[in-house]
Design a protein around this ligand. Structure first.
Ligand code: ADP
Ligand code: ADP
Length: 224
């Protein structure tokens, strides 16, 4: 069955209806692309699904639990324990080395340093960035930095990975590589991926597309 399901989500900012009855679902191991023009509500949908923004109304169930009625601390515990995040840029801590960045979510969950860095290196090998372990984010390329960020999103073994324009700052070759590694890694761990993008080439890596327009969503069958 579905891992994460949203129904009839509504969220307004003052007079602006960012979400106006949006729906969503994703299965374990499935990669869903959320597409649509700028300002259509994609980020707001992702933030609601991830428990970062509380919708004004509607329901979101994760593994059978209603998210919208959880307290802030319950939602942040769920985010730390079950979800991973990849953003467009600016997500790595510049003062930390790459391996320390990847290990950070485990360190924040209380994992001892050696164990956390061992797990981090395993993911960095999968993302082909283990040779960058001692470098700081400022010393690596954009594509390498995004692969480090993907390793960090996966290091806790999340059930859902939220990726908001993860290739938005990359050229197409690096973008393709990041998408290939991200989708392979997620499928191999049976994690669901919620991918926000406005690029068809990036959405082509998904199993299914949801198109958001004016805060409403439509489920599209893959044509290819
Ligand atoms: P997208 O990700 O598709 O570009 P967003 O979800 O960011 O769309 O935004 C949808 C609409 O809601 C836009 O009109 C945007 O300006 C507005 N919006 C989003 N977040 C906020 C916010 N925190 N405060 C005010 N308006 C917001
Ligand atoms: P994205 O490109 O991912 O949609 P945005 O630039 O739309 O990013 O939004 C970045 C952050 O600013 C988000 O947290 C979003 O909720 C918020 N935001 C978006 N639009 C507005 C707005 N009109 N007023 C205030 N905050 C906004």
């Amino acid at each position: 069955g579905s891992l994460l399901v949203a129904r009839d989500l509504r969220k307004s900012y003052g007079p602006t209806a960012a979400l106006d009855g949006a729906a969503f679902s994703v299965h374990p191991g499935e990669v869903v692309a959320v597409m649509g023009p700028s300002g259509s509500g994609k980020s707001t949908l992702l933030h609601c699904l991830a428990g970062i923004v509380r919708p004004d109304s509607g329901s979101i169930t994760y593994a059978g639990r209603e998210l919208t009625t959880l307290s802030d601390s319950e939602r942040s515990a769920l985010r730390r324990g079950e979800f991973g995040f990849v953003f467009q840029f600016g997500q790595l801590v510049p003062e930390l080395t790459c391996v320390e960045n990847v290990a950070l979510p485990l360190r924040l969950n209380g994992t001892p340093r050696k164990e956390a860095e061992r797990a981090a290196l395993t993911w960095m090998e999968r993302l082909e960035v283990d040779d960058l372990r001692r470098k700081r984010p400022g010393e690596v390329s954009g594509g390498q930095g995004q692969r480090v960020a993907v390793a960090r999103a996966l290091v806790t073994g999340p059930r859902v990975v939220f990726a908001d324009e993860p290739t938005g700052a990359l050229d197409s070759l690096n973008g393709e590589r990041v998408m290939e590694l991200l989708t392979d890694a997620a499928r191999s761990t049976d994690a669901a991926v919620v991918l926000v993008t406005h690029e068809a080439r990036v959405a082509a890596w998904s199993d299914r597309e949801i198109v958001v327009r004016d805060g409403r969503s439509r489920d599209m069958e893959r044509s290819a």
